[in-house]
Design a protein around this ligand. Structure first.
Ligand code: NAP
Length: 311
């Protein structure tokens, strides 16, 4: 028996289509499209792929998206100056600084950069004032990946209110906002992390299980309550053939994809979970496209709010 597929790509397409008339209306009224400024520092290949997808989706949905590419040698001060320029730009309603930043920038660089983005242009939802508003359930700009997971669950008719939800991972950008969004929708939420004892047992209490840890195939069937809705946020690029073949034996589609590209992006959830879960989001085609769709929605929302056209 296979789990129902939680089709993130289809839900993301639906969201993008829903955005188009509002983007058009904003553009007609403002005389310019909602604008997104993306800053990409360095040469991380995965970041380049993510940024290209964001630019293309933005343009396809009628938004303006500009890329500021900076070399890996950029200093933190130089990067902060670019953020300040976009903060002051009237054409840009949203600013996104692609993570990760080069290690050479220092351990606290990301925090300093995210803090420097104007809160009303913080379409990633990482600024402390937006996070504080989320805690109080009155946020306007919420982190895109966890918001995308909520859209996926709700539009797939997974019941959240009254359910037990377990979130594995407690990062500021996924795990914590995910737990808060589920809590605000009246789930009883447990957050797990690397120090959680008996993790499989705790995870298996969830009617909803969201994994965001970046450990390929870590969530095996014993972590999953039979019939649970499982959302796999993890996306880890794997080049090690042994790891790939442990999860996807030769002859499977995913193994073929690995042979073609020499690399495979693998989720946290073991493929055998499909035999236990009631519903399961795939990697790829699950949460990834939703993150981008929610980024576009946040950019439109930021534009409307800045113009004073949203309640
Ligand atoms: P992160 O900042 O590295 O945080 C990982 C979290 O997982 C930490 O809280 C860590 O616990 C926990 N963890 C790690 N190993 C664990 C283990 N063996 N058992 C239990 N918990 C463990 O990562 P992130 O930025 O949240 O991202 C998580 C994953 O989601 C990554 O694969 C990332 O690529 C993916 N992601 C995907 C999207 C998308 O659009 N699809 C967007 C964002 C992130 P501690 O706190 O105890 O260290």
């Amino acid at each position: 028996m296979g789990a129902r597929v939680l089709d993130g790509a289809a839900v993301a397409k639906q969201i993008r289509e829903e955005l188009k008339p509002s983007v058009e209306a904003f553009t007609a009224k403002a005389g310019r499209p909602p604008g997104l400024g993306i800053i990409l520092v360095g040469d991380d290949p995965a970041s380049h792929v993510y940024v290209s997808s964001k630019l293309k989706s933005a343009q396809d949905t009628g938004l303006r998206a500009d890329l500021e590419r900076l070399p890996a040698s950029t200093t933190l001060d130089d990067l902060l100056r670019v953020v300040e320029r976009l903060n002051a730009s009237d054409a840009h309603d949203g600013i996104l600084v692609q993570s990760p930043l080069p290690d050479a920038m220092g351990a606290d660089a990301e925090r300093r950069v995210f803090d420097a983005v104007r809160a009303d242009k913080d379409v990633d939802g990482f600024h402390p004032s937006n996070v504080g508003a989320l805690v109080q359930n009155r946020a306007t700009l919420v982190a895109c990946t966890p918001s995308g997971v909520i859209e996926l669950l709700e539009r797939s008719h997974v019941k959240i209110a009254g359910s037990r939800a377990v979130v594995v991972g407690r990062s500021d950008i996924v795990g914590k906002p995910m737990a808060l969004l589920l809590l605000h929708r009246h789930a009883t939420v447990t957050i797990c992390h690397s120090r959680t004892p008996n993790l499989a047992q705790v995870a298996a209490e969830g009617d909803i299980l969201v994994s965001a840890i970046g450990r390929p195939g870590f969530i095996t069937p014993d972590f999953v309550k039979p019939g649970a809705a499982v959302v796999d946020v993890g996306t880890t690029p794997v080049t090690d053939r042994q790891i790939v073949e442990r999860l996807f034996p030769p002859g499977t589609k995913r193994h073929d994809a690995f042979l073609k590209r020499g690399q495979l992006v693998i989720g946290d959830v073991h493929p055998d979970v499909a035999g236990v879960a009631g519903a399961l989001s795939p990697v790829p085609g699950g949460v990834g496209p939703l993150t981008i769709a929610l980024l576009l929605r946040n950019t439109l929302r930021a534009a409307q709010l800045r113009a004073g056209w949203a309640g």
